[in-house]
Design a protein around this ligand. Structure first.
Ligand SMILES: Cc1cc2nc3c(=O)[nH]c(=O)nc-3n(C[C@H](O)[C@H](O)[C@H](O)COP(=O)(O)O)c2cc1C
Length: 209
């Protein structure tokens, strides 16, 4: 009786040790699969993780365009300017005047008629990353930028918004644009100011890559 109890105990111990060994090996194998290729072997992956890049922008008075040119130069990216059929004159843009075109459009969305000269950039489907730049108008994106996002398909694209303003932040402007767009992996984006220079743009771009 004692002998058979000892045999059973030994058998149980062997089974428990066996199960423990199997669990340890299985976990190790899983870790290996999860980690994939070790970091130090991941050289020569993708030279530019942003892929083929386009900088789309609307700029009524040239401030946003200056930032665009810095981005395009740094990333060797293509650019596309959103142009409305009717240009805003400086009188139209006077936000301090309640009767200016833009003030009226601000108060009544139905007055906004920003037909674009061209809705879709050439080779649109070939771009993996699209920067979209615009001035802030009353804390939101200037409306021609909204027209552009509604007209185009952003599925499978990285979308990196940026704005220029005097004091406002990018706030909810980029999120509002993303809600109007068809798809896209939208970043929160960045706002630039009259004091922003090429070094500031470079720091931001480096943080994205
Ligand atoms: C109609 C209108 C509304 C504006 N509203 C704001 C605003 O709410 N906050 C802000 O900081 N700047 C505001 N600005 C200033 C512009 O955002 C800023 O000057 C911008 O850099 C202009 O870009 P652009 O030269 O590319 O058109 C407004 C300008 C205009 C014309």
């Amino acid at each position: 009786m004692n002998k058979s109890l000892t045999t059973i105990s030994i058998a149980i111990i062997i089974i428990v040790i066996g199960v423990a060994i199997v669990i340890i090996f299985t976990n190790d194998a899983k870790k290996f699969v999860d980690q994939g290729v070790p970091k130090d072997l991941q050289t020569n992956k993708i030279k530019n993780p942003l892929g083929k890049t386009l900088v789309v922008y609307y700029s009524a008075t040239g401030t946003t365009k200056k930032i665009v040119l810095e981005i395009a130069k740094d990333l060797k990216a293509d650019t596309f300017e959103i142009k409305t059929e009717t240009n805003y004159t400086s009188e139209d843009l006077d936000w301090t005047n309640k009767n200016s075109k833009v003030s009226k459009e601000y108060n009544d969305k139905t007055l906004r008629n920003n037909k674009l000269i061209k809705d879709t950039p050439d080779n649109w489907d070939s771009y993996e990353t699209v920067f979209i730049g615009y001035p802030i108008w009353w804390d939101i994106a200037a409306w021609p930028a909204e027209t552009f996002v509604k007209k185009n398909n952003f599925l499978n694209k990285n979308v990196i918004p940026f704005c220029t303003a005097i004091t406002s932040s990018i706030g909810e402007s980029s999120q509002m644009l993303s809600e109007q767009a068809n798809g896209g992996n939208w970043e929160n984006g960045q706002c630039f100011y009259p004091t922003s220079d090429s070094a500031e743009v470079k720091v931001w771009l480096d943080s994205l890559e």
